[in-house]
Every structure is written in structure tokens, then in C-alpha cells.
Design a protein around this ligand. Sequence first.
Ligand SMILES: [Fe+2]
Ligand SMILES: [Fe+2]
Length: 474
Amino acid sequence: MAINYQERIPNNVDLGNDRALQRALEHWQPRFLDWWQELGPEGFQSADVYLRTATSVDAAGWATFGKVKMPDYRWGIFLADHEQDRMIGFGDEFGKPAWQRVPGEHRSTLRRLIVTQGDTEPASVEQQRRLGLTCPSLYDLRNLFQVNVEEGRHFWAMVYLLHAYFGRDGREEAEELLHRHSGDVDNPRILGTFNEPIDDWLSFFMFTYFTDRDGKYQLMSLAESAFDPLARTCRFMLTEESHHMFVGETGVTRIIRRALEKMDELKSDDPELLRKHGVIDLPTLQRYVNFWFSSSLDLFGSEQSSNAANYFASGLKGRPDEPRFEDHNCTDTVEFMDVPDGNGGITSAEVPTRNAINEVTRDGYIRDCMVGVTRWNRAVKRAGHDFELTLPSRRFRRSIGNWSGAPTDPEGNLISRDAYERGLDEWLPSEADRAYVRSLMKQVIEPGKMAGWIAPPDRGINNQPVDYEYVELH
Ligand SMILES: [Fe+2]
Ligand SMILES: [Fe+2]
């Protein structure tokens, strides 16, 4: 169905035919806008930003580009096209028709899953709200705002499901989503990572590379859901999500490129010297990778999880790309995984596949994370340096699951608590690293100009030149 932009809330769900739902969402809309004004991007609400907006949900050309003030962005409700006779693709209900309504017995679990996903969307906008004040270019500023408005739309996507399918509890949860705030002492966001402020652009690129990619995998799992409206919502969100990871990957690529240029020019890879020349050295980059990768791994949950097994059994949440697996039932199979044996050693555990779904999903995520790292390393190698960025072991610095409370080094070797605490200074960004990165963060807003620590992008947005005025400030 085409997207109807005539209505106050653009949508392709025929909202006009459900007056009660329409009224409830129109009631929520001004509160969302208040939230956006108060906790959305600071200082740019009246700027004209070159944004893409969804105009249809089919694969080809769903986006149009144009300058809009962010508060006028047409946040709306867009679901991927309805698939005729869609069947449940996994679990005990395999092969039965997908649900168009919420089955009573799964109501509270589904609501919890949607609220948890929904909570991350506004959280990231809140975390990133001050970044515009230190943007390295107008191009980057525009990308930040594109990510922010789309997270705002993802927020709408989840609120729509709550309003449309969960009655009064759903409406209450939608209110709560506006009341929790990232980093709020009394009323924080649900997941830990989403309460960390993101106040420098290196962290922003790491977040969009590693944490938005966790989002991708969560959405892929929910896109398999037996609850068809959720599956269709998530499928469309995934098309928006890929831009966020593009921002992260290319951001890091450009930081590396700039560092390599400086290394060439100075004929040195000495971090101290490179810092004197205002670029981000590769060992510092590695420490940021260690931090963001390990904290994003926790978002997948425990390796052995009865919740995950229940979600899978009941059809609520599958595995990313479920159709590519041969066995969609998984009652007779096991996965093997390394676990600490409690005596300083490591042993292999046999876990029923259904209980290991989080780990199966994490496997896919780690492989996906490696793709960009390999590309970054190729650039370093091509420039004639033998430095190699690595992802730390999945055991490293975990707060959830088998390896929480089991100190390891980044290679995953078990070490003493003491050695771990000492090692962290060298493995994670130190206060000095953070202070240095912060010292680089100075706003650059002249069209085409880039901050000294980052190379220009290969090309602009939507065939515009790099020096296009992506954001018009007033
Ligand atoms: Fe999102
Ligand atoms: Fe995202």
C-alpha cells in the first residue's frame, strides 16, 4: 500500500479507517514532538537539513531527498508489504499461518520484547544529542541527523505496535517510553549501553558500527516473528538501519585514512607524534574497538538462555535469516561452546540449540563485524604498515553470560582479576585517550571543510558533491 502523506501521521497501514487508533496516536504525537524538542539534537531544530524520507516501502527507491527542518520531518508508520499466506518459519508452530493478532498467551512476552526494542530507539537520540555542537563537517552533521530522525521513526514503529495491538497496557508502555531517559538516575533506559553518553564523534562512529549492528541483528530476529505486524515493521526498519552502519564504517575508514596520510607525511607511527599533529593513532582506535565491541556483545544476552529457547519455541523471535537454516525446529540438536570450568580452566559445554539461540545470533553478528575490520586492515596494509586491528575475543569484558565474572585478556585467555584490572588501562580508552579525542572535537560547518582528524568522504549523499550545503544553519 502507498504511503499516505495527506494525514497528520503518514502511514501505509490505512490508519484513517481505524478512528480510535488514529485518535490515540494523534494524542501521542505532540508529546513525541515535545520530547524531540527537549531531548533531540541540541541547537539545530530550526536548521534546514538535507534528509531522506520514506515515500514507499518497496525495495526500489523508497526514499526522497530534500531540505527539511527536523521537527517537520514526516515521522510515520511504515510496514513492509503484506506477504500473502505467510507461514511461521520456526519453532513449535512451524508451518502454521503467521498471527495477525497477538495470541493471549504470548501477550506480555511480546509486549516486553517490543518495549525493550522500542526503548533503544529514543535512547540513542538522547545519547547523541550534543554531537552536532562538535561536528567535523556539514556532511557528517547531516548524517548524524539522518540517523537521529530515523531512530525517531523506529520509535514510532514500536509505539504503533503497542497502540494497535496491546490496548491500554500498550498505550501506557508508549507513555513510559517518553518518560525514561538515557542516563537518568531515577528512570534510565532499559539496557545499559543505552545510558552511556556519546559525546565524541569517534564514539559515535563506533556506536553506529557496533551497536546499530546489534540493532540490525535484533531486528532480523524479530523480522522472523510469527507475529506478522512485528515482522513487517522490523523488515522495513532494516532498510533504514543499513545507513546507520554505513555512517559508522565509513567514519572509521576516514579516520584511518587521515591517520595513514599523517604517518606517511611524518614517516612515523609514534602515537605521541601523531597526536601532536592532530590525528587519531591506530592503537587508540583499537582501544575504542575493544570497548564498543565488548559492550555491544552483551546486548545479545546470555549464551545459554531459557528465555531465548521460549521465544524460539513459541515463534516470537527466530534466528537472523531463519530460512537459510536447514532445521527450523531444533529440538534434537546441540551447540558446543567454551565455558569457564570454575577452576581457572576452560571446558566445552553441550547446549541444546534452542537454549543457544543468543549465541547463534551473536556468531552472525561477530562475522558481520569482521567484514569492516578486514576492509580497514586492507587499507592499512595497502599503505605499507603492519598494524592490524582486531576484534577482541567474545569472552573479553563481558558483564552478561558465561564469561561475566571470568576475567580474560582481549585474546580470551583467562587471567587473574589483578592482571585484568591492570590490563584494562592498556586495552580500553584511558582518561588521557578520551581527553585527547575530546580535544579534537571542534565544530566545522563551512561547506566542504573537514576537521583535521578525518578524511573527506569518497562521495556525497545522493549524488550531491561533498561540499554541498547539507545543513543550512540560520
Ligand atoms: Fe533504530
Ligand atoms: Fe540505528
